[in-house]
Design a protein. Structure first.
Length: 217
C-alpha cells in the first residue's frame, strides 16, 4: 500500500475530482454569524415629515389658561373678568408692556381678582398715566423701547407725589440673564420680580403678597 500523500487546501479545492460543494463550501448559519447587510428598499410612499407643534402664544400656557384665553381674547367687552363685590372699590392695575398680547394675557391671569386695568405701551406713557390716574399696582416688563422697566421703577419711586412713589411694582422679564435684571430692579425699588413665562398661580401669589385684596369696610 502506498503511503498517503498530503494535499494542500488549494490543490484540494481545484482538483478535477472535487464537487461543486467542495469548491464553494456553504457558509455557516449559526446565530453567531452576522447576517449580510440587506439592501435598503424604497418606501412605498413619500417620507413623512414631523408635523410641527402649533405655536403657543406668549410662552408656556397651562390648559386652564389657554381655554380662558380662547374664550376671552376675541371678546368685544373691554373687560369681562371678575367684578368686585358690592361695596368694595375695585383696585386698579397699571399694565406696562409694549406687547398688547402680553397685556391681555396678564388680565386673564388676574381674573381671580376684581381689578380695573389701565394699559400703557411704554414706560414713558405709564409715567404720564400716573400724573392723572390713581393706581394701586404696577406690572411692568423690563425690556421695552425707550425706558426699561428698572429705570421706570426708579422714576416711580422718585415721584414727588408720595402716594405714587409707594405704589407696589412687580417687574417681569424674559431675559436670559434674569439675575442681572433682578438686581437692577431691586436697586430701583421694585417689590417683586418674576421671570417669564410665568404661570397663573405664580403671578397671583406674588400679586396677593404685595397687594392684599381689599376688605369690606
Amino acid at each position: 500500500m502506498k503511503p498517503a500523500t498530503a494535499v494542500t487546501e488549494a490543490a484540494a479545492t481545484n482538483s478535477p475530482g472535487t464537487t461543486t460543494a467542495q469548491k464553494e463550501p456553504t457558509r455557516p448559519t449559526s446565530a453567531s454569524t452576522p447576517p449580510e447587510p440587506t439592501r435598503s428598499l424604497p418606501l412605498s410612499g413619500p417620507a413623512k415629515t414631523p408635523t410641527p407643534e402649533p405655536a403657543r402664544p406668549f410662552g408656556v400656557l397651562n390648559s386652564e389658561t389657554a381655554r380662558a384665553f380662547a374664550a376671552h381674547a376675541t371678546s368685544e367687552a373691554a373687560r369681562s373678568f371678575a367684578r368686585a363685590e358690592p361695596g368694595v372699590q375695585p383696585q386698579r392695575v397699571l399694565l406696562v408692556d409694549d406687547s398688547r398680547s402680553i397685556r391681555t394675557l396678564l388680565k386673564i391671569y388676574l381674573m381671580a381678582r376684581s381689578f380695573e386695568y389701565i394699559e400703557a405701551e411704554s414706560a414713558e406713557a405709564a409715567l404720564t398715566v400716573l400724573e392723572t390716574q390713581s393706581v394701586d399696582l404696577i406690572l411692568t416688563d423690563f425690556h421695552m423701547d425707550g425706558m426699561n422697566g428698572a429705570d421706570f421703577a426708579a422714576a416711580v419711586r422718585s415721584n414727588r407725589n408720595a402716594k405714587v412713589a409707594k405704589i407696589p411694582i412687580l417687574m417681569m422679564t424674559g431675559d436670559a440673564n434674569a439675575a442681572e435684571v433682578r438686581n437692577k430692579g431691586q436697586k430701583a425699588g421694585i417689590n417683586a420680580f418674576v421671570r417669564k413665562p410665568v404661570s397663573c398661580a405664580q403671578l397671583m401669589t406674588l400679586v396677593d403678597t404685595i397687594l392684599p385684596m381689599p376688605k369690606k369696610g
